[in-house]
Design a protein around this ligand. Structure first.
Ligand code: Z5A
Length: 221
């Protein structure tokens, strides 16, 4: 009788991207449960943030300020936190065979600071090379939603941080920036239609996750 024997899963790095109110946090809980059900241990982390020091940098980045914040200052702080996060959390977890689910990663810098703020993509790419050269997510789930719907969902929260206070056109550039990245890297990106119901989004996630999780070997005994 055939017995399903799960092969030890190769540690997998999944990043979650998308605009405001796209439902990333909601879906990460679902993804974690799917992995748990498959017997896969995962580390859930986020950017900006993910270590005590990088969380301090997050607070610096998102706080409202009386002075204007230079876009390069913003970008460099994102990458300073990222280096700390990659070295102290992401690489050690993957090396220990754990899966990593990261709520935003470097693609967010291309989308927000690149497409949104207008910073040079080649400069961002060179920072990426210095900070985590050989490390890229195995799969990036892009939660794509039209900006008005996303803002409407996010608007139900009480407080907006410094970046969330940007205007509609900023978030439209961010969305187009993400979609361009997805088009350029179809092997890594999976686009989720985040405007659907939560159940429909989860069904789409099942489809994207299955090839990674179902690495089960059929053994005849
Ligand atoms: N940032 C950057 O600029 N550069 C970088 O390099 C990095 C980040 C790494 C913080 O990110 C900010 O940092 C972010 C980008 C910038 N700024 N912005 N804007 P964050 O990820 O912490 O913050 P966020 O994007 O603002 O997350 P969010 O608004 O909380 O979105 P979400 O996690 O995608 O949404 P959610 O909390 O899961 O859902 C929002 C609401 O919608 C909630 O009430 C849900 O119950 C509801 N929801 C969720 N799914 C559905 C569906 N399918 N139908 C109906 N309602 C739903």
């Amino acid at each position: 009788m055939p017995v399903l024997t799960p092969t030890p899963p190769v540690a997998c790095f999944i990043s979650i991207e998308g605009g405001e109110g796209a439902g990333k946090s909601t879906s990460i809980n679902y993804l974690k449960q799917c992995l748990l059900n498959a017997g896969i241990e995962c580390v859930h982390t986020r950017e900006p943030g993910g270590t005590p020091m990088a969380e301090d940098i997050r607070a610096l980045l998102l706080a409202h300020r009386d002075e204007s914040v230079d876009p390069y200052t913003e970008l460099l702080l994102m990458f300073a936190g990222r280096r700390q996060h990659v070295q102290n959390v992401i690489r050690p977890a993957l090396a220990a065979g754990k899966w990593v689910i990261c709520d935003r990663f470097t693609d967010a810098s291309f989308a927000y600071q690149g497409a949104g703020r207008g910073l040079d993509a080649d400069f961002i790419a060179s920072l990426k090379q210095y900070v985590h050269g050989d490390l890229d997510p195995h799969m990036t789930l892009l939660f794509d939603i039209d900006v008005a719907t996303g803002m409407d969902r996010a608007g139900k929260r009480a407080n907006f941080d410094r970046i969330e206070k940007e205007d509609f056109s900023f978030f439209e550039r961010v969305r187009q920036g993400y979609l361009s990245q997805a088009q350029a890297q179809p092997e890594r990106y999976k686009v989720v239609d985040a405007g659907q119901s939560i159940e429909q989004v989860q069904a789409q996630l099942d489809v994207y996750l299955a090839p990674l999780v179902n690495s089960a070997a059929v053994v005849d005994v």
